[in-house]
Ligand binder design. Structure first.
Ligand SMILES: O=CN(O)C[C@@H](CC1CCCC1)C(=O)N1NCCC[C@H]1C(=O)Nc1ccccn1
Ligand code: NI
Length: 183
């Protein structure tokens, strides 16, 4: 079971590396890791379990955050249409995106960052993504809203990018051209 102690914090070099593609079909170890990452998110969103194990709530988790420099991440969150988005993305790619941008009006945080870093984090408003699933098939999804923001936050982790890299250093809350906020 993944616990907070397994999550590396900023300053650890693995968070600034470009992760390697995962070999498909998944090895037993990679499959176990993928499942453990999704389980972490579910546990972290269960008040009792999160309380019991001191887990910080998360809707996404990338392999580099548990010190594995491989191109996979898990997402577990309610999506815009009241469905639940819950999957592990293997070798994910953004194949196209909108010109319009968005940003979480409250800014972003990160399980690997033990401090508040205020400011707007510009993201593409809509993205078309491709990735392989644990079950072995290739999925192509169109995402918007929080799922789109989360997917981009996680994909950044696979490329050694932290959310605050996108915040305007001069004025963290400056208006972002072509963007509309996500409340
Ligand atoms: O790389 C992965 N991480 O670092 C975990 C992050 C990923 C999210 C940050 C912004 C988009 C993806 C995460 O889930 N959090 N970051 C720390 C604070 C708590 C939590 C969070 O933002 N929760 C949330 C947000 C909106 C609605 C509901 N819940
Ligand atoms: Ni993060």
């Amino acid at each position: 079971m993944i616990l907070m102690d397994d999550i590396v914090r900023e300053g650890h070099p693995v968070l600034r590396q470009v992760a390697a593609e995962v070999e498909l079909p998944l090895s037993a170890d990679d499959r176990q890791l993928a499942e453990d990452m999704l389980t972490y998110l579910k546990n972290s969103q269960d008040d009792e379990i999160a309380e019991k194990y001191g887990l910080r709530g998360g809707i996404g988790l990338a392999a580099p955050q548990v010190n594995v420099s491989k191109r996979m991440f898990a997402l577990h969150m309610p999506d815009d249409d009241g469905q639940f988005l819950s999957f592990v993305a293997l070798n994910p790619k953004i194949v196209s995106h909108s010109v319009e941008k968005t940003y979480l009006s409250g800014g972003e945080g990160c399980l690997s960052v033990d401090r508040e870093v205020p400011g707007y984090v510009p993201r593409y408003k809509r993205i078309t993504v491709k990735f392989h699933t644990i079950e072995g098939n290739e999925l192509k999804l169109r995402l918007k809203g929080l799922p789109a923001v989360a997917f981009q936050h996680e994909l950044d982790h696979l490329n050694g990018i932290m959310f605050y890299d996108h915040i305007n250093p001069v004025n963290p809350f400056s208006e972002i051209p072509d963007a509309s906020p996500l409340e």
